[in-house]
Design a protein around this ligand. Structure first.
Ligand code: ZN
Length: 137
């Protein structure tokens, strides 16, 4: 477990948006809004493009395979905001607090996300309908 020397506090890290086609929507974000691309790895069966919107990113998520979380989300609800991700100082501690408070966890233990950091998802049933991702700094 790592605790940063100076806690930074919980901050918005990125907004994940499910899209049918990266190619179709990228010109809007890159050329019309002027958001620069940040290289990210693909993850969870999705092709991901990160765009810097100040400190937080907009992450466009296109399903690489239909049977992926993003593919299923698109089939059920169509394109739109898929999740919010918050940076937290202490991911293990935050997960433990959520678990103790009865928040349903999707990831019982952290795993590696698209930015190469440890992440864990909380179930939207416990968070006012919003899928929440927690990411270690
Ligand atoms: Zn995310």
């Amino acid at each position: 477990m790592t605790t940063p020397a100076t806690p930074r506090g919980t901050r918005l890290a990125h907004i994940g948006i499910a899209v049918e086609s990266l190619q179709g929507i990228l010109p809007f974000y890159q050329e019309l809004l002027g958001l620069p691309e940040v290289p990210l790895d693909d993850a969870d069966g999705a092709r991901i493009v990160g765009l810097a919107a100040g400190e937080p990113l907009v992450e466009l998520l296109e399903p690489a395979v239909a049977d992926s979380p993003i593919g299923k989300f698109l089939a059920k609800r169509g394109p739109g905001i898929h999740h919010l991700c918050f940076h937290v100082d202490d991911l293990d501690g935050t997960l433990a607090r959520c678990r103790a408070a009865g928040i349903r966890l999707i990831d019982e233990t952290p795993r590696l996300g698209a930015e190469g950091k440890r992440i864990a998802f909380l179930h939207p049933s416990a968070t006012a309908g919003v899928l929440i991702e927690l990411m270690e700094y």
